[in-house]
Ligand binder design. Structure first.
Ligand code: F6P
Length: 340
């Protein structure tokens, strides 16, 4: 048996841990593993690397991905899917482990009915994949975000400023909410809720009414400020996603004009996506990698391995196609309870 492994979409901490797990579990079963580089692009360009036990030594603790990644969508190219199949045959691959977020896994899901033997593994800092309780990369990103906010808090307090912290997460507020709760932020703004400058200004004015103080406002990159055009929609990836960024600066600028308190924006951006994975993410990635290889051994394809109530499970890839998991109501209500 010869397996290919690829990861697509934005990188996250834990990708190397899953690659290591897939290679090592495969070798235990006597399978050969080929690393497909740069996501689905590696199957269009035949960009691959052989992976053995030794190649994945001491990478469990490394951020990024030794396989590299892109946001390549074979379905956005003429004859892309056909080329994928031709190259899978050329490489002699019996099955593929596709590690990715909704985009990468949706490509996998669409290739299943065309005959691809694939098992998906969910990953993303955004934690927005349906069918799994969580994704590796998220815990690491939240920890880095909390560390950053702890630091922003002390400088904000020293200067009695309003500190607006923009965090990644696309249209889902998971990172904003978890990091906001864990850091004791004063206000957490998530893309799931409309953002109104009047309400934010009133909140800040009330907090600062008794005298100088600091306020930490966490804002998800996907938030849209009512009445303001924020995102540059000209930069779109092969899956049609716009490039976020800018809401933190916009909110800080407009808020300062309104409340007349010095307001600064900090954009955490890619800082929280890089660096070593947390212990939790290393373990989750390892468990999912092992589960993916076991699924292949059992001949169970067209599924995504996942975690449900801390048990490893599987869902059909078709079930996640085109869906995104928004922040749940309970977490959102905790966020509001602590917005003071
Ligand atoms: O999906 C993960 C993510 O980090 C999002 O939170 C963010 O919007 C996007 O990727 C950024 O991707 P890129 O680095 O390709 O601009």
């Amino acid at each position: 048996m010869k397996l290919g492994i690829l990861n697509g979409g934005g990188d996250c901490s834990g990708l190397n841990a899953v690659t290591r797990a897939v290679v090592r579990k495969s070798e235990q079963f006597g399978y050969e593993v080929i690393g497909i580089r740069h996501g689905w692009a590696g199957l269009l360009d035949l960009d691959t690397i052989a992976l053995t036990w030794r190649d994945v030594s001491h990478i469990i603790n490394q951020g990024g991905t030794i396989l590299h990644t892109t946001r390549t969508n074979p379905f956005s190219r003429k004859d892309g899917p056909e080329l994928v199949f031709a190259n899978v045959r050329k490489l002699g691959l019996d099955a593929i482990v596709a590690v990715g977020g909704e985009d990468t896994l949706s490509v996998a899901a669409k290739l299943v009915p065309m005959g691809l033997k694939v098992v998906g593994v969910p990953k993303t800092i955004d934690n927005d994949i349906v069918g799994t309780d969580t994704t590796f990369g998220f815990d690491s990103a939240v920890n880095v975000t909390v560390d950053a906010i702890d630091r922003i808090q002390t400088t904000g307090e020293s200067h009695d400023r309003v500190m607006v912290v923009e965090v990644m997460g696309r249209g889902a507020g998971w990172i904003a909410a978890y990091a906001g709760i864990a850091s004791g932020a004063n206000l957490v703004l998530v893309p799931e809720e409309p953002l109104d400058l009047n309400e934010v200004a009133a909140f800040i004015e009330k907090r600062h009414a008794a005298g100088p103080t600091a306020s930490i406002v966490v804002v998800g990159e996907g938030c849209i400020l009512k009445g303001y055009p924020t995102v540059d929609t000209t930069k779109v990836d092969e899956f049609g996603h716009i490039r976020f960024g800018g809401i933190g600066d916009l909110l800080a600028r407009e808020l300062e004009k309104r409340v007349k308190i010095e307001t600064r924006a900090v954009v955490l951006g890619h800082i929280v996506r890089g660096g070593p994975p947390s212990a939790y993410d290393r373990i989750l990635a390892t468990r999912l990698g092992v589960a993916a290889v076991k699924s292949i051994k059992e001949g169970d394809f067209g599924v995504m391995v996942c975690v449900r109530g801390n048990a490893i499970s599987k869902v059909p890839l078709a079930d996640i196609l085109g869906k995104v998991k928004s922040l749940d109501k309970e977490t959102l209500s905790v966020v509001k309870d602590f917005s003071v």
